[in-house]
Design a binder for this molecule. Structure first.
Ligand code: ZN
Length: 391
């Protein structure tokens, strides 16, 4: 993998990730293809939308269909028919969170899962070795260790893979967060060692943790960036205002030569703000998830702003007879063809095409947004662009 910064404006930067035969222009939005698919869209839609890269989910794919099936195909691109570069996550976040543990806090993670193999306890238990968890599908017991995560990701064959990290809930206190950040560091070393030993040509990113504590974030950033990763991910959940502050703390510690990915962030204002802190890529389920719930992303020209989160709810009764295009200022094929009234009807009638139309438009919107961001930075207009969007 090769990464070149082409243009900078303040902290924001435009770059290019060259990986295998692909070029990903950054800042880039990376839609989530959890199960090697974007819900309600086909590979043809994805290619038509000019989506640059997708991120698949190791936890789900390793349980279903199983990493070995994908390996037999020669990797996720051949398996899915999607001829685009892929990232895969480590599977850690889902192993930790697909139980009540992550919501209730770390102490509740520490369930004796062997003793309580009930529905209630399909939860993770963390040790130095890795994370033990029960499958959400059949309750079978699995160990996700740093080595196992990398092995599965080698089988899935994404172009960029992520080291296993321990993500703790925002409610975690200093000691819990410190323990998790230090374990993340040790796991990162093991991931990298295993990856090198297997001589994989995939790129690998290390993940920075440290929660809401400046000292821990800085320490994690120093440790992870000192390792021979191809790029870095910033993990953890934080409240919005705390996120910008955290990115500010991290900025001086990030390797200027390597790409930085912000995990799980996809709100419009968060993307625009984070780009000014030098973030190069983002992934989030949000555009398609809100799309399936009837939310249509709109630009400032169509009345989008921070307050309405740049969206309208198309299922609202006021759109029932509205003959105007889904978004009059969007030139995606869905907006050129369909009215608000018709999409409102499709949602109410629970027609499957409603999800496809909304997802298509929202991903088109994201691609256009990222394209406009890159264009603004290249022409020294990013500050003005940010003001126009965020006020
Ligand atoms: Zn559109």
């Amino acid at each position: 993998m090769e990464f070149n910064v082409i243009k900078k404006e303040g902290g924001a930067r435009v770059g290019e990730i060259k990986i295998d035969d692909f070029v990903v222009k950054t800042p880039a939005f990376v839609p989530v293809a959890t199960k090697a698919a974007i819900k309600s869209l086909t590979a043809f839609d994805i290619e038509e939308l000019m989506i640059q890269m997708l991120i698949a989910n190791t936890y789900h794919l390793s349980l279903r269909p199983g990493a070995e099936i994908i390996r037999e195909f020669g990797g996720i691109q051949k398996f899915s028919g999607i001829r685009k570069p892929f990232m895969s996550d480590s599977g850690g976040f889902q192993a930790f969170s697909l139980g009540k543990g992550a919501i209730l806090g770390r102490s509740k993670f520490e369930y004796e899962i062997e003793k309580k193999p009930s529905k209630e306890a399909s939860i993770a238990k963390i040790s130095e070795e890795g994370v033990y968890f029960r499958s959400i599908y059949d309750k079978s017991l699995h160990l996700l260790s740093p080595e196992k995560s990398i092995e599965i990701q080698h089988d899935i064959g994404a172009n960029i893979i992520l080291a296993l990290d321990e993500c703790n809930p925002p409610s975690a206190d200093y000691d819990e967060t410190k323990e998790a950040a230090e374990r993340t560091e040790r796991w990162a070393k093991r991931c990298l060692a295993f990856h090198k030993e297997k001589k994989s040509s995939q790129a690998i990113y290390g993940i920075i943790q440290g929660g809401l504590f400046r000292e821990l974030r800085e320490r994690s950033a120093k440790a992870i960036t000192s390792m021979d990763f191809d790029g870095f991910g910033i993990g953890g959940s934080f409240g919005r205002n705390k996120m910008y502050e955290t990115l500010g703390w991290l900025q001086p510690f990030l390797d200027k030569e390597k790409p930085v990915h912000l995990l799980g962030i996809g709100a419009i204002e968060d993307i625009i703000e984070s780009v000014s802190y030098g973030i190069d890529s983002f992934d989030c389920v949000s555009p398609t998830m809100i799309g399936r719930a009837g939310y249509i992303l709109i630009t400032p020209e169509s009345g989008g702003n921070r307050k309405n989160k740049f969206r309208i709810k198309i299922t609202n009764n006021r759109f029932a007879g509205d003959k105007s295009a889904i978004d009059e200022n969007c030139d995606c094929k869905m907006c050129k063809r369909y009215s608000k009234s018709y999409l409102n009807h499709l949602f109410k009638a629970k027609e499957f095409s409603a999800y496809a139309i909304a997802s298509y438009h929202n991903l088109y919107f994201m691609e256009k947004l990222m394209n406009d961001i890159r264009d603004a930075i290249e022409n020294n207009r990013f500050k003005r662009f940010k003001e126009k969007w965020l006020g």
